[in-house]
Ligand binder design. Structure first.
Ligand code: UD1
Length: 429
């Protein structure tokens, strides 16, 4: 197992290319099930979660080839997925438990094959994370769903039909799963109180490139007119807004000036506003975004996570690391997931002053953090420790970094190129 060793206190300056969005690529890879033709995806990040999705799709009959990188100077990968025939409609427990996003195959399998058997994801580090909204929506579209032996057994012998589905709470994954299922259902489907995240819009754009009829993605009402079949397409994945936000916060905490190539301001407007109030400049450039804090302290700013366009839960841990060294205090409230403060005890080991009460954390800024051995607990919590370590005095060792490899491509390389003292070593070293 690898660990990451960081000697903090260096300001960052230079350029960081932003990779393709993991959370857009995962459902879009699952969308390849919807057609027997080739879906060619560019700007796919090279990450453990992408490999897990490929490992899930291959035994189902999806052929996956790695294509040439054409006109892609920032190193995104091209994946060609062809589901000529689906030979197996099961998503087994050992893959689903590794990655919750495996549940994205449920809607496409049911739409194309009229049956699917997908393991229930079970608990995960950041809370219960049920899939009831996915299942209820598919039932409204005519599926019969039975939970047995830890599996969702779904059948739609007569095919799926359109329905008006009102989500009782906003869910990115349920919106995406049902949107994919509806593209091949008979008639019109309306998703009301749908998620408006950029990854939902990216999926809708890809589905439309495949011949689907999806309208309204990016708003809270999405309308899909089902088609008898979809066709192949070439599609480029959007840049990763969470990677963008993570590096923006890293520059904010260390000070310095870094251009994030490919980053989009409209995808991180809420973070940009928070950073602005904290004393960090975020400006658009011809190639992306410039993040700079040349002098002055970070000011404490309250943050509440919300569905898009609100502050993303996937940046909450990193923002908390920033606020640990702010002038004054910041109240950070998590409204999307219960139990998403696992980074707090690790940050405390580095000298942070944080008090958690239910879904809120009161962060009182300290003068400086000090390096310490800490442990990664989930993807975003582990990168928040990297952010904290970049600012801390002395050396921090972060163990269990396999969490980081699920979501951050070439993290050490990108940060080292901007002057960070960061390296990877074997756990036993
Ligand atoms: C996606 C993202 C994840 C992000 C999250 C919220 C992917 C692969 N993952 O996760 O990184 O943190 O959006 O922006 O895109 N819920 C239910 N029942 C359901 C589904 C969800 O109660 O059937 C609840 C969840 O427990 C949570 C809330 O709804 O409290 C939002 O979850 P959701 O938006 O579905 O998150 P994911 O799609 O799993």
């Amino acid at each position: 197992m690898d660990k990451i060793i960081i000697r903090g206190g260096k300001s960052l300056s230079g350029v960081i290319p932003i990779s393709g969005a993991k959370n857009a690529a995962l459902p879009i890879m699952a969308a390849s099930i919807l057609t027997d033709q080739t879906l060619a995806l560019s700007n796919v990040p090279h990450l453990a979660d992408i490999t897990t999705m490929a490992n899930l799709l291959r035994p189902m009959g999806v052929e996956i080839g790695v294509g040439a990188r054409v006109n892609d100077p920032h190193g995104g990968h091209v994946l060609e997925l062809t589901a000529r025939e689906i030979s197996d409609t099961t998503a087994p427990y050992d893959l689903v438990r590794k990655m919750r996003a495996s549940v994205f195959v449920l809607g496409p399998l049911l739409a194309r094959c009229r049956e699917a058997k997908v393991s229930l994801p079970g608990g995960c580090a950041i809370g219960a994370r049920p899939v009831d909204l996915h299942c209820h929506g598919l039932e409204q579209m005519g599926a019969e769903i039975d939970l047995d032996g830890g599996y969702i057994n779904a059948k739609a012998p007569g095919g799926l039909h359109g329905a008006k589905i009102v989500f009782p709470k906003v869910s990115v994954g349920a919106t995406e799963n049902l949107m994919m299922a509806a593209t091949l259902a008979k008639g019109e489907t309306q998703l009301i109180n749908a998620a408006a995240e950029p990854e939902v819009v990216d999926l809708a754009n890809c589905l439309n490139a495949m011949g689907a009829d999806v309208e309204g993605a990016g708003t809270n009402i999405i309308t899909i007119h089902g088609k008898p079949s979809l066709h192949g397409a070439s599609y480029r994945i959007i840049p990763d807004r969470i990677e963008t936000g993570t590096y923006a916060i890293a520059v904010a905490v260390t000070g310095g000036r870094v251009e994030l190539i490919g980053a989009r301001l409209d995808h991180i407007s809420s973070l940009a506003e928070t950073l602005g109030r904290a004393g960090v400049d975020v400006t658009e450039t011809s190639e992306g975004l410039m993040i700079s804090r040349m002098n002055g302290h970070i000011k404490g700013v309250d943050i509440m996570t919300e569905p898009f366009p609100g502050f993303p839960t996937d940046l909450q841990a990193q923002a908390m690391s920033l606020m640990t060294v702010a002038e004054g205090a910041a109240m950070i409230t998590e409204t999307i997931f219960e139990n998403r403060f696992m980074h707090v005890p690790e940050l405390a080991r580095m000298g942070a002053n944080i008090t958690v009460h239910h879904g809120s954390a009161l962060v009182r800024g300290v003068d400086r953090l000090r390096g310490a051995p800490v442990m990664a607990t989930d993807l975003r919590a582990s990168v928040s420790l990297v952010v904290a370590a970049l600012a801390a005095e002395g050396e921090t060792t972060i163990s269990r970094v396999y969490h980081l490899d699920r979501g951050y491509e070439r993290l050490e390389e990108k940060l080292a190129a901007c002057g960070a003292d960061i390296k990877r070593a074997r756990e036993s070293d």
